[in-house]
Design a protein around this ligand. Structure first.
Ligand SMILES: Cc1cc2nc3c(=O)[nH]c(=O)nc-3n(C[C@H](O)[C@H](O)[C@H](O)COP(=O)(O)OP(=O)(O)OC[C@H]3O[C@@H](n4cnc5c(N)ncnc54)[C@H](O)[C@@H]3O)c2cc1C
Ligand SMILES: *[C@@H]1O[C@H](CO)[C@@H](O)[C@H](O)[C@H]1NC(C)=O
Ligand SMILES: *[C@@H]1O[C@H](CO)[C@@H](O)[C@H](O)[C@H]1NC(C)=O
Length: 539
C-alpha cells in the first residue's frame, strides 16, 4: 500500500550529515523526515575538527561556535617516543615534510608562520562529534524536523513523481514512506548507495587500526600538542586529544588487546604509570578512501560518507566535506520543490560536489600524514595550498557562467578575486554603522547582486519583480560602505560599474566587468540560466 502523506525530503541517517541536511533544509522552509536505524549515539566521539568554512555554514544556520580554535591555530603533530620521553620532531599539517629534529620539547608556536591572511569571519572549532550531534539534533527538532529512530531503510524505489522508502522498526514491522526527494546520508556503508548499485573508486582500504578511547589527566605532559605519533620498537601508535579529557590511542595494527594490555600501552605511550586511566570503549577502524561514481540517481542524492569516505586528515576533509555537500544541495531542493526552479538545477549538485571530493581524495595522499599510503602506481599530484583547498575549490557547472576546465581547481580567495564558481570573498564592511562580514550581507535563500554602481538598482528591481526567484541588491557606497582603504573592485575584479551575482549558498554565479548597455535584459538572461528559473522573468 502506498502511503498518502508525501514528505518533500526524506533524509536517511541522523548523524552529522543527515542532521546538517535537516537544518539546511529547514532554513529554506523545507520540512524533512529523518530516518535513523540506531536508537542512540555511537560511543566514539569520532571527528573533532570542524573547519572555518563549516562554521560559516553553521553561522548562517544560527549555530554559535562555542569552541573556537585560537587565532591562527594550526594542528601540529609531535613525533615522540613517549610523552615524557624523547621528543623527536614535529610536523605541521600544512607541511608535507617533517620539520628538522627538535633538541628539546617545544611549545607549538602557531604564529611562527607570520601574519595569516584572513579568509573567513569564522574560526575552526574543536568540538567532538558526539557533542556536536546532539546540539544539531535538538535544533533540527526545534525547527520542525521529524526525526525517527529505530527506522532502518531496507529498500528504496523511485518513479517520475517521487521516491518510496521502505523501513523496518525494531520489531521488524515494515512501513513505506513517500517523498519527493531522498538524501542518503547513511554513511560509508550506505544502504541506499548499495541498493542503487553505485560503484566507488579511489585508493580503497589502506589500514585497519584498533583503538582505545580513554579518559586520563595527561595534559600536563602534552606541551600544548593535541596529536602524537608514538614510535617505540614495540609500540607504533597515534594518540589524539578530544580536548575534554578524553584521548584516543590508535594502534597501527588490528590486534585485539585485553584491558590489562590496553592500560600498559597507554602508560607506555605516556612514559609513566602514576595516573588514573578510565577506559571508555575500544574500537576497530578502517582507513578507507573511496568516492562514489555519481552523487545522484534521479531523485536520490548521496551526501557525506555515503558519497565519499575520506580518511581523517588535518585539513578536515572527512566529516566537513559532507556538511558542505548538503549546504550545496539544500537551496537547490528548496527552489525546485517550490516550483521556482526546474529540476535541472539539481544536476549541478553532482557536477559541483563530486570534483571537490575527488580533489580532496587526491590531496590527502600528497600530505605528510598519508604519503606512505600513496599507491606507487599512481604518481603523486602537486600539493595544493591548504587555504586554497579550504576556501578556494571552484565549482564548474551549468549553473555558473564564466568558469571552465582551463582554470586551476583551487586557489586562495585573494588569488581568485571574485572568480565565478568560487565563494564570495570575505572582507569587513559597514552597514548602518556596524562592522559586519560580507557573509552576513546575503539574505536567506535570496540571490544577491553586488555592485559599486547604483545603475544596477533598476535592473535588479525589474528582474526581481518579474521573477519568482528573489533577487536582492547590495550597493557598495550607499547602504553598505567599504571599510576605509578597502578596494571593492579588487575583491571582485570588476570596474566601478561592474557587478557580481551571488547565489544563496554564497558562490558567485556570474560576474560582469562593466555595466552592459541593457542591464535589465542582460541580468534577466543570466538569472534565468544560472537559477534555472521556471519560465524565467518576464519583462
Ligand atoms: C573512529 C572514527 C574516527 C573519526 N575521526 C574523524 C576525524 O578525526 N576527522 C574527520 O573529519 N572525520 C573523522 N571520522 C569520520 C567522520 O566521523 C565521518 O566523516 C562522519 O561521521 C560522516 O558523517 P555521515 O553523517 O555522512 O555518516 P555517519 O556518521 O556514518 O552516519 C550515517 C548514519 O546513517 C545511519 N544509517 C546507516 N544505514 C542506515 C539505514 N539503512 N537506515 C537508516 N539509517 C542508517 C547510521 O546509523 C548513522 O547514524 C571518524 C570516523 C570514525 C569511525
Ligand atoms: C567503508 O566501507 C567499506 C566497505 O563498503 C569497508 O571496506 C571499509 O572498511 C569502511 N571504512 C570505514 C572507515 O568504515
Ligand atoms: C524583491 O521582491 C521582494 C518581494 O517579492 C521584495 O520584498 C524585495 O524588496 C525586492 N527587492 C528588490 C531589490 O527589489
Amino acid at each position: 500500500m502506498i502511503p498518502s502523506t508525501n514528505h518533500p525530503v526524506i533524509v536517511v541517517g541522523a548523524s552529522l550529515v543527515g542532521l546538517s541536511a535537516a537544518l539546511c533544509l529547514a532554513s529554506h522552509q523545507v520540512p524533512t523526515i529523518v530516518l535513523e536505524k540506531h536508537s542512540g549515539k555511537s560511543q566514539h566521539p569520532r571527528a573533532i575538527g570542524f573547519t572555518s568554512r563549516t562554521m560559516e555554514i553553521y553561522r548562517i544556520l544560527g549555530i554559535e561556535n562555542k569552541d573556537p580554535a585560537p587565532e591562527d591555530f594550526k594542528l601540529e603533530r609531535a613525533h615522540v617516543e613517549s610523552l615524557t620521553g624523547k621528543w623527536l620532531d614535529e610536523s605541521s599539517w600544512s607541511d608535507t615534510e617533517r620539520k628538522p629534529k627538535v633538541e628539546k620539547p617545544v611549545k607549538p608556536n602557531p604564529r611562527s608562520s607570520g601574519p595569516k591572511k584572513e579568509y573567513s569571519v569564522e574560526r575552526a572549532s574543536a568540538i567532538p562529534q558526539d557533542k556536536l550531534e546532539p546540539m544539531l539534533e535538538a535544533l533540527a527538532l526545534e525547527r520542525g524536523a521529524d526525526i525517527r529512530r529505530q527506522q532502518k531503510l531496507i529498500r528504496v524505489d523511485q518513479d517520475q513523481d517521487g521516491v518510496v522508502a521502505t523501513v523496518t522498526d525494531a520489531e521488524g514491522n515494515e512501513q513505506k514512506i513517500r517523498g519527493s526527494y531522498l538524501i542518503a546520508a547513511d554513511g560509508n556503508r550506505s544502504t541506499v548507495r548499495e541498493l542503487l548499485q553505485i560503484p566507488r573508486h579511489g585508493r580503497g582500504h589502506m589500514q585497519t587500526l584498533s583503538s582505545v578511547l580513554f579518559r586520563a589527566p595527561i595534559e600536563q605532559w602534552t606541551k600544548g600538542f593535541f596529536q602524537f605519533d608514538i614510535g617505540q620498537p614495540d609500540l607504533k601508535a597515534f594518540l589524539a586529544s578530544y580536548s575534554d579529557g578524553r584521548w584516543a590511542l590508535m594502534f597501527k595494527d588490528a590486534i585485539d588487546r585485553d584491558e590489562q594490555a590496553l592500560r600498559a600501552a597507554i602508560y607506555q605511550a605516556v612514559g609513566r604509570s602514576d595516573f588514573p586511566v578510565e577506559i571508555i570503549t575500544t574500537g576497530r577502524w578502517e582507513l578507507t578512501a573511496l568516492v562514489a561514481d555519481t552523487f545522484q540517481s534521479g531523485r536520490i542524492f548521496l551526501a557525506g560518507d555515503a558519497a565519499h569516505t575520506l580518511p581523517p586528515n588535518r585539513g578536515g576533509y572527512g566529516a566537513n566535506t559532507g556538511i558542505h555537500d548538503v549546504q550545496n544541495l539544500a537551496w537547490k531542493l528548496a527552489a525546485v520543490l517550490s516550483g521556482k526552479a526546474s529540476a535541472k538545477l539539481l544536476d549541478t549538485y553532482d557536477s559541483e560536489r563530486r570534483p571537490v571530493a575527488l580533489l580532496r581524495h587526491d590531496q590527502i595522499f600528497v600530505r605528510a600524514d598519508y604519503k606512505i599510503h600513496l599507491d606507487t602506481a599512481t604518481p603523486a599530484g602537486e600539493k595544493i595550498d591548504d587555504d586554497a583547498m579550504e576556501f578556494g575549490q571552484i565549482y564548474l557547472s551549468e549553473g555558473i557562467i564564466g568558469a571552465d576546465k582551463s582554470l586551476p581547481r583551487a586557489k586562495k580567495p585573494d588569488e581568485w578575486n571574485g572568480q565565478p564558481g568560487t565563494h564570495m570573498p570575505h572582507f569587513w564592511v559597514l552597514k548602518n554603522g556596524e562592522k559586519i562580514p560580507t557573509l552576513d550581507l546575503l539574505g536567506q535563500g535570496a540571490w544577491t547582486l553586488i555592485s559599486e554602481s547604483d545603475k544596477w538598482s533598476e535592473a535588479v528591481s525589474t528582474v526581481n519583480e518579474s521573477s519568482s526567484i528573489p533577487l536582492e541588491f547590495v550597493h557598495f557606497g550607499n547602504s553598505v560602505q567599504l571599510v576605509h582603504g578597502d578596494d571593492f573592485q579588487k575583491h571582485f575584479s570588476v570596474s566601478q560599474s561592474g557587478a557580481a551575482l551571488v547565489r544563496p549558498d554564497g558562490y558567485i554565479a556570474w560576474r560582469v566587468e562593466a555595466l552592459p548597455s541593457n542591464a535589465a535584459e542582460a541580468l534577466k538572461g543570466v538569472m534565468s540560466k544560472v537559477s534555472f528559473s521556471t519560465g524565467g522573468p518576464q519583462i
